[in-house]
Design a protein around this ligand. Structure first.
Ligand code: WTA
Length: 620
């Protein structure tokens, strides 16, 4: 579509309001961290807010092509900020609000952003995150490296709009609500919640509300070329330095709109809920762009699945009559630990389709999701894709594709997969090897920001002529594709290629196990041996009998070749903030290597020491 012009904010807002007459339709039901903290935004209101904020950005001198860093919690204003950038042709670079000052600094510098948009702070469950404080630290780190960001816009999320900022502010501003129960809840929040710390530098800091108040509700979209950049989103790379994945306007718009519509079988009366954070690609594509392009109504959730209790998700499903629900296997496994009772407290009769994304889903978790959450009424769409692919590339179409638990089934329209062996030969029929794609599709990334060479070497060098996903894949006799996990998570035990996911799935099938992570540990005879970390369900103790059962389970499920050599009881696993297990760190623990490399993406570093202290030294 090169040479064509468009604007994505026009397509997801103006077109819906003016041509499709959806102005009064709800775009987002925002549900805060605290139950009862909620607000509703229609398409018309969203358009007005986006225009106002786009005018703010223009007043601050932001122009087409400029990069804007956004570091915000899950609030409607995050969507407003991203669409305001898109409206004026500026390139947003959203950094997940769980990242550290160091990571934010690195991303700001790599993308050479001219302005940072952030918020005072937010709560994740009971934990206060002083976002502005971290943002300031990041800007200081940039300055130390001779890169100055001259402007920072801060949203008052926990602070009252008219409250002066003096470094200490009063507790969260809450909206009036007639419900007594909810009032009590808010009362509790007001009393016990300390306010965020908000450092303020009048030279660079500006307040979202005071800026937006003066601006007009109209702002003409800046027409962009189809191939103009829309956003940069950083994803981890094997070298440790994150890659700025760059997506462009039209292809990404078309692809997210089409996949959202077909994969979730979108109907106008749906209420759709994707539990991802907008700071990841899933939130970009399937909270903001895909749903809005279709004029859909979505839930935007700020909180946690376990706060204030483990029924929260299902409470929200009933509250908004959610019909399409999209989450990650890690969330499913977490909730599975608590059994079916917290789920069954709620009706969930509105649910029609369940989706998963982010990692291979083990058949046991799939079954629980399908049977307990969906009561066997709802097709499960296991969507395989990547930050790089922009949208779903391997996925069932609900109710049309016969499901196999754990398989992402078949390619989406226009996607042509192949399975290659180590020498780059295409394998036919049932086979296992590298998953690659043979032709581009509209949503594929266009480059690594500022480093096109890295784009070429990462994705196209190993097998010339193919896009290399980095994932392993098996095709069964019926032609179904089974993602086996990242190739770097493959193990070679006595010449047999094993996927860690396969062994983990076998372990997790045992009723005592909540989660498992398997890594290779060098072995003088076998090449690699299997070192397994297992997290047990609540109330279960680890003992030798259980250990023997687990070994037997894996042997029975996969074969003697996959018998675990080491099993370690791991009450906690090292995970990234998006919930991915950091196997690289586990490999070091298995080998008792203390030099862990870059662990800045680790969500909770306290688990590491515990794992080192309780290492298995002798094979089981
Ligand atoms: C993994 C997330 C199996 C895969 C959208 C991929 C999956 C990486 C699935 C990309 C799935 C994602 N089944 N594996 N349904 N979905 N993955 O960039 O290893 O955060 O390469 O994008 O997640 O992660 P990313």
């Amino acid at each position: 579509m090169e040479g064509a012009t468009t604007n994505i904010s026009y397509n997801v807002l103006d077109r819906n309001v003016h041509e499709r007459k959806l102005g009064d339709k709800v775009a987002f039901y925002w549900e805060g961290n605290e139950p009862g903290d909620e607000k509703t935004v229609t398409y018309r209101e969203l358009l007005q807010q986006v225009c106002k904020f786009a005018n703010v950005l223009k007043s601050q001198g932001v122009k087409k092509g400029d990069r804007v860093s956004i570091y915000m919690p899950m609030v409607v204003e995050l969507v407003v900020a991203m669409l305001a950038c898109a409206r004026i042709g500026a390139v947003h670079s959203i950094v997940f609000a769980g990242f550290s000052a160091e990571s934010l600094c690195e991303r700001i510098m790599d993308s050479q952003c001219c302005i940072l948009i952030t918020a005072d702070g937010f709560y994740r469950g009971d934990k206060l995150i002083n976002l502005k404080l971290i943002a300031d630290e990041a800007l200081q780190k940039c300055r130390d490296k001779s890169f100055t960001v001259e402007k920072c816009i801060m949203l008052k999320h926990l602070t009252k709009e008219d409250e002066a900022l003096s470094g200490s502010v009063s507790p969260p501003a809450k909206r009036a609500c007639p419900d007594l129960q909810q009032e009590k809840q808010k009362e509790r929040v007001r009393k016990v919640r300390p306010p965020p710390q908000v450092p303020w530098n009048p030279e660079i800091d500006m307040c979202w509300h005071s800026l937006i108040g003066e601006e007009s509700e109209e702002c003409d979209p800046v027409w962009c070329d189809s191939e103009d950049p829309l956003f940069i989103l950083y994803t981890s790379g094997s070298t440790g330095k994150p890659k700025g994945v760059l997506h462009t306007v039209s292809g990404y718009m078309l692809y997210t709109a089409a996949t959202f519509k077909m994969v979730f079988d979108y109907h106008p009366d749906d209420v759709y809920w994707c539990t991802a954070d907008i700071g990841w690609i899933t939130g970009h594509s399937y909270i903001t762009y895909g749903p809005l392009a279709n004029g859909a109504t979505s839930v935007l959730f700020e909180g946690l699945p376990t706060y204030p209790d483990v029924s929260r998700m299902w409470e929200i499903v009933d509250k908004y009559h959610v019909s399409k629900f999209y989450t990650a296997p890690t969330a499913i496994r977490l909730l599975m630990k608590y059994g079916s009772e917290p789920v069954q407290k709620y009706k969930r009769t509105s649910l029609k389709i369940l989706g998963t994304v982010g990692e291979p889903i083990n058949p046991e978790a799939w079954q629980w999701y399908y049977s307990v959450v969906g009561e066997k009424r709802c097709p499960v769409v296991d969507t395989f894709w990547q930050t790089e692919t922009g949208g779903h590339v391997m996925t069932p179409l609900p109710a049309a594709t016969p499901m196999k638990p754990g398989s992402a089934t078949f390619p989406f329209f226009g996607v042509v997969p192949a399975i290659l062996n180590e020498s780059g030969e295409e394998l036919e029929g049932p086979s296992e090897g590298y998953l690659v794609f043979k032709q581009p599709w509209p949503g594929v990334m266009r480059t690594v920001y500022g480093n096109h060479e890295r784009f070429e070497t990462t994705y196209f060098k190993k097998f010339p002529g193919y896009y290399v996903t980095g994932d392993g894949c098996r095709r069964d006799k019926d032609g179904y594709y089974w993602i086996t996990g990242r190739i770097d998570d493959m193990l070679n035990v006595s010449g047999h290629l094993l996927s860690t996911a396969e062994v983990e799935s076998a372990l997790v099938e045992h009723e005592a196990v909540a989660e498992a992570a398997v890594v290779g540990r060098p072995h003088p005879v076998k090449g690699e041996s299997l070192y397994c970390f297992v997290t047990l369900n609540d109330g279960i103790n680890y003992n030798q009998k259980l250990e023997a059962e687990l070994k037997k389970q894996v042997r029975e499920k996969i074969g003697a070749i996959a018998t675990p050599d080491y099993i370690q009881n791991a009450p906690g696993l090292p995970k990234t903030r998006s919930g991915k297990i950091m196997r690289r760190v586990l490999r070091k623990i298995a080998c008792n290597e203390r030099d862990l490399g870059d662990v800045s993406t680790l969500a909770d570093s306290s688990v590491i020491e515990h794992l080192f202290e309780n290492r298995c030294c002798t094979a089981v």
